[in-house]
Design a protein. Structure first.
Length: 280
């Protein structure tokens, strides 16, 4: 793996205004539960951010009250503080569960920074119908701070809902985790592709994933495994710095068993019938 090259690029030159304009928007900038409490009702990402109450007493309410002001039912799943940052103030986070009346439960996470000012500064806000884990500081030096929130999308796809933010001398920026996916599939041989979410390890700027062969079922990749090294460019995008593909060669066709419900119906014992003449 090209770890040396990758780590050298994590905290590259400051991002220019043009680079920021060219950077792709994060796929997590979607709103499932709006401030009006509706499921996918019309609202913008900016309106969702504006509904986050970051007052001077936000830290006191962290474990007791959702900071996202919405008419949907909301409760705090977890919260915490990331202290001892080499650059910037303490980072506070809150992990919420939202339950709209007309849609599925949605998880939401927010990060904000205490900079010694009365009002905290919002760093990150995101929602997913899947799940998030607690933020993880994967790099912490005077050159910069890198925080990863591991997440997955809802449904059978199990796609990435991961979030990655960094703080350098110029302030906070969001790392776009979009472009790498198409880049990897373009590098793979014809007939192979990555479909589901990969397993990120941002401490080493690396990820691994199974590989799908043409004709594979969504559940069952048979193509092999892929190892990916990443770098972050000056436009705050995650790019592929190296790739290793270990192909698996099947010796027989893949057999897809019946779904669980069908299997249970097949093996369930039939109820015994009692002849009428034996009934007392």
């Amino acid at each position: 793996m090209m770890t040396g090259l990758v780590l050298a690029l994590i905290f590259a030159n400051p991002v220019s205004a043009k680079d920021k304009q060219d950077a792709a928007a994060a796929p997590t900038e979607t709103v499932t539960v709006c401030p009006d409490g509706g499921y996918e009702s019309p609202c913008t990402f900016a309106q969702m951010e504006k509904a986050i109450s970051l007052t001077s007493n936000a830290v006191l309410l962290l474990s007791k009250q959702c900071l996202y002001q919405t008419e949907a039912r909301c409760w705090v799943k977890a919260s915490g503080t990331i202290s001892n940052m080499e650059r910037g103030g303490r980072v506070i986070w809150q992990h919420m569960m939202l339950a709209p009346n007309d849609g599925p439960a949605t998880e939401m996470i927010i990060l904000f920074e205490l900079e010694g000012k009365p009002v905290p500064r919002l760093v990150l806000a995101a929602q997913t119908e899947g799940w998030f884990l607690a933020p993880d500081v994967v790099a912490n030096s005077d050159d910069g701070v890198l925080i990863h929130v591991l997440g997955r999308t809802g449904g059978n796809g199990a796609g990435n809902a991961d979030l990655l933010v960094r703080r350098t001398k110029t302030g906070w920026s969001h790392i776009s985790l979009r472009s790498w996916f198409d880049e990897v599939n373009a590098m793979l041989p014809a007939g192979f592709e990555v479909q589901n979410g990969v397993n990120f390890n941002f401490r080493d700027m690396h990820a691994s994933s199974p590989v799908w062969r043409s004709g594979d079922g969504h559940c069952c990749p048979t193509g092999g495994t892929i190892q990916i090294d990443f770098a972050i460019n000056t436009a705050d995008q995650l790019l592929v710095a190296g790739l290793a593909f270990d192909e698996t060669k099947p010796v027989a066709p893949t057999i897809y068993l019946p779904e669980k419900q069908q299997v249970s119906e097949q093996i369930a014992p039939k109820p015994e019938t009692i002849p009428q003449g034996d009934v007392e």
